[in-house]
Design a binder for this molecule. Structure first.
Ligand SMILES: Cc1cc2nc3c(=O)[nH]c(=O)nc-3n(C[C@H](O)[C@H](O)[C@H](O)COP(=O)(O)O)c2cc1C
Length: 352
């Protein structure tokens, strides 16, 4: 039996990537019931919402599921940087006839903390995963104490080795192709981030724990390629955005099925951290001229606040000019389908 399936009690070595803001327990339930590992993203959930979602997942009657958290260090407030960011966004606000929000930026995404851990302890989920590193050793011990397996994303060989040394049970090798935020935490050097074809075999060689391949995998061919390169399983995000069980917004869905989906880039303009999405006006306009990275963006997650009213107003008019459209490089190859069918298709491609 595949060692990832054995470790996590799965029928298929297929993990549905947690996708904050785009899905909840409905998608996770469908994937877990089909024999894969469904994931609940908790990065944007308050404690009450987290508990509600966990209650739903507890009803899975023995099927495993994963709960995912961000692990960033909240940045200090930097009024000068925020003022420069507001200035950069002012022309868009003026064009829309709106006023920029006043007051300091708020943290739209709270990192894993003691309060979330207390909620988790009440539910004891079988799998917990982290993005942007790991929580403190003591928290990790408490999670492992109820028997949970811990997974975390690595974008370099160094990060994979660090995660293994700090006690993760599974490393997720996140290639440059991946949609959403880059899980990078030891380095912020985007220029040295690797594609999955190069990263995966090097991570497999560097660590002993199972390695899951993530980034650009959307179909059977991608699964077979990941297996051939030594992966123990796959984590797939973008392809699940198309499923009716996800909460992908109509604007996001429209972008995914358009010709635009073939053009994704890594940008920091929406949150302050590099993340891959379909290129839109905000990314082009605020990039540094060579990329969609802005030197002005406040540190994660503080770049988010200033977008709020502009996004709400333009989205209500049917425009995704200022909306993050997270997607991986495999987006043009996706097909609309139910989550259970996609899980089985990917699982069967893995073979036995
Ligand atoms: C819409 C979207 C949201 C994401 N949100 C999260 C998240 O909350 N936590 C996380 O660990 N990874 C997140 N990711 C990254 C995934 O874990 C994974 O690395 C990525 O989806 C793999 O690439 P793919 O999208 O090409 O399949 C997100 C990805 C997408 C597309």
């Amino acid at each position: 039996m595949n060692r990832l399936c054995e470790l996590l009690n799965l029928s298929w070595p297929v993990i549905q990537a947690p996708m904050a803001g785009s899905q909840g327990s409905a998608l996770a339930t469908a994937v877990s019931n089909a024999g894969g590992l469904g994931s609940l993203p908790a990065a944007t959930l308050g404690l009450d919402a987290l508990a509600l979602e966990l209650r739903v997942l507890q009803g899975l009657a023995g099927r495993p599921y994963n709960v995912n958290f961000f692990c960033h260090t909240p940045p200090p407030v930097d009024p000068a940087r925020e003022a420069r960011w507001n200035e950069a966004l002012t022309p868009f606000y003026e064009e829309a006839g709106l006023t920029l929000p006043v007051g300091p930026a708020s943290a739209a995404r709270v990192p894993f903390n003691q309060a979330a851990l207390a909620v988790l302890e009440g539910f004891q989920p079988p799998v917990v995963s982290f993005h942007f590193g790991l929580p403190a050793a003591e928290s990790l011990q408490r999670i492992k104490a109820w028997g949970a397996k811990v997974l975390a994303s690595a974008t370099t060989v160094d990060e994979a080795m660090w995660l293994e040394a700090h006690g993760v049970d599974v490393v997720i090798a996140q290639g440059w192709e991946a949609g959403g935020h880059r899980g990078m935490f030891l380095s912020d050097d985007l220029a040295t981030q690797m594609g999955l074809f190069a990263l995966l075999p090097q991570v497999v060689q560097a660590v002993k724990v199972p390695v899951v391949a993530a980034g650009g995998i959307v179909d059977a061919q991608g699964v077979r390629a990941a297996r051939a390169l030594g992966a123990d399983g796959v984590q797939v995000g973008t392809a699940f955005l198309w499923c009716p069980e996800s909460q992908t917004s109509p604007l996001h869905r429209a972008a995914l099925v358009s010709a635009q989906a073939g053009q994704t880039a890594v940008t920091n303009v929406f949150t302050g951290r590099p993340a891959r999405g379909i290129v839109n006006r905000a990314m082009r306009a605020l990039g540094d001229g060579h990329s969609c990275i802005s030197p002005l963006a406040p540190a994660f997650p503080l770049a988010t606040t200033a977008w709020g009213p502009l996004r709400a107003a333009t989205e209500s008019l049917g425009s995704s000019d200022f909306t993050p459209l997270w997607a991986g490089q495999g987006a043009p190859h996706c097909q609309p389908c139910h989550a259970a069918d996609l899980t089985r298709l990917l699982g069967q491609a893995w073979g036995s």
